[in-house]
Design a protein around this ligand. Structure first.
Ligand code: SF4
Ligand code: SF4
Length: 476
């Protein structure tokens, strides 16, 4: 899809570049930052995004706290390599399931982008949501409107400037700490966080350093880096050119209606664009959407609201800047159903079906029996032979479970569990147990003997495994 490579934005607009050599509006010719001061535009899209944004903030906070089946709704336990999503836990042994989940997510993102363009960026990405609905409002509340802030920033340090900056960064720090705790809760679990928070930093140095680093990064991002996360860093933004096609939803300027643009009361020879720059002043990435689709456009709709307001004042129809597609801009009908969306849709349905099928047929327990580390067998004083095994059981149900270890054959074999039996295992947890399989003296005289080990669960589920028992005459 054609994406404009350069923004040609006039120098007299707020916080925009003045040289056609520059690529980003947020960067000067010498590579230094061109700080922009986007003005808010409170039109219909803004209020809808505000509601969606705060609902998402509540969701982001709730997901690691709300318990489903005894575990947080989303818990990415990297330490134990367990990943929980809405009551379903994926383990490292779930290679096929994890592969399906990864493919499904990737295809979902590609399909979503092919259909809806960068709606995620403008409406739901935490970068946009927190910046536009938490950090910028705090800045406006303490430091005032954009032109006031710009004048103050360019002026010398005064008491007024110092206390406002201090108050703003203090509030930023509070919100960044809260955000960092929410973020870390996804990986460490909210209950662990509560325990760590109540202890001394010296008791939990790892937590303290991790939280300080996360808070620092969040402060840096929302306080300073801001739109550069979208225009320079984010890989999703870089993929736009290949993911979008002429039918994808974009924010676009109706050139036919707007041009020739111009100020002035006599509008007989002019289009509807009054060249007021309201759309540029409000843009959080500092671009001029009238230059065409650009990689920096996060489809936040602020220019749509700004322009609709101007159109309203002029007595014109709204929608000079609107949701559209390249095909619609060329005067054709936008197609939702097209080869790539059909293909991605079918692929996504197939992967989702396989995932649901694999999940529903996944057993309640994952049992693994192996030889314990160290000496494989021992000859006891009565000349019976004891083989040491380890049994690893993962309870994949939302309920506590109990199991015993027994041996079906050979006849005469006995199991002695190291520790308590029956073994209790909490929901979604894993236990490792060691046991001795003791064989009477003559059984192993001919060498290795195959045994059948049975793990018997209280709910009736049985798992059996053939396991070779070794003795002094076995070949190893
Ligand atoms: S051009 Fe419009 S939709 Fe795109 S980032 Fe700027 S304000 Fe948002
Ligand atoms: S806000 Fe609308 S009228 Fe004003 S410059 Fe932008 S496109 Fe033109």
């Amino acid at each position: 899809m054609a994406v404009s490579e350069r923004n040609f934005v006039p120098a007299d607009s707020v916080g925009v570049l003045d040289s056609p050599e520059e690529v980003l509006t947020t960067m000067n010719a010498d590579g230094s930052r061109n700080w922009i001061y986007p003005t808010p535009s409170t039109g219909r899209y803004y209020w809808q995004r505000l509601v969606v944004g705060w609902a998402l903030i509540a969701l982001f906070v709730a997901l690691p706290i709300v318990q489903i089946g005894g575990k947080p709704a989303v818990f990415l336990d990297i330490l134990h390599r367990e990943f929980t999503f809405f009551g379903v836990t994926f383990y490292p042994t779930d290679t096929f399931l994890l592969l399906l989940l990864g493919i499904g997510t990737l295809v979902g993102v590609i399909l979503f982008t092919a259909l809806l363009g960068r709606v995620w960026c403008g409406w739901a990405c935490p970068q946009t949501v927190y910046l536009e609905f938490v950090y910028r409002p705090i800045e406006r509340w303490i430091e005032g409107k954009e032109h006031v802030r710009k004048r103050r920033d360019e002026g010398p340090w005064t008491f007024d400037k110092a206390w406002r900056k201090g108050a703003k960064w203090s509030l930023y720090l509070v919100f960044s700490l809260m955000l960092a705790h929410t973020f870390v809760a996804y990986f460490a679990g909210w209950e662990n966080l509560l325990v760590w928070m109540q202890g001394s930093p010296t008791d939990h140095w790892g937590y303290f350093v991790m939280m300080a680093a996360t808070t620092g990064l969040i402060l840096f991002d929302f306080g300073f880096f801001r739109e550069q996360m979208c225009t320079i860093t984010c890989p999703y933004a870089r993929f736009q050119s290949v993911l979008l096609d002429p039918d994808s939803l974009i924010v676009s300027y109706d050139e036919e209606r707007g041009e020739p643009r111009g100020k002035g009361r006599d509008r007989d020879d002019l289009g509807d664009c009054v060249d007021c720059y309201a759309c540029v002043r409000t843009c959080p990435t500092g671009i001029d959407i009238r230059d065409g689709l650009q990689m920096e456009c996060i489809a936040c709709t602020q220019c749509m609201d700004a322009c609709d307001d101007i159109m309203d004042k002029m007595g014109y129809e709204p929608g000079l800047i609107q949701y559209s597609s390249e095909r619609e801009d060329a005067g054709e009908e936008r197609r939702l159903v097209r080869p790539r969306t059909v293909l991605y849709g079918l692929l996504l349905t197939l992967v989702a079906g396989l995932l649901v099928g694999a999940l529903t047929t996944r057993g309640s327990y994952d049992v693994n029996i192996g030889r314990a580390v160290g000496q494989p067998f021992m000859v006891l004083p009565d000349e019976s032979v004891a083989n040491r095994i380890r049994v690893r059981v993962r309870n994949q149900t939302p309920k506590e479970a109990q199991y015993t270890i027994a041996v079906n054959e050979p006849a005469g074999a006995e199991v002695k569990v190291v520790g308590v039996s029956p073994i209790t295992i909490p929901p979604q947890e894993m236990t490792r147990t060691e046991a001795w399989i003791v064989l009477p003296a003559p059984t192993l005289e001919t060498g290795t003997v195959q045994s059948t080990i049975r793990v018997q669960f209280a709910d009736g589920t049985t798992y059996t495994k053939t396991f070779p028992l070794l003795g002094p005459n076995s070949e190893r």
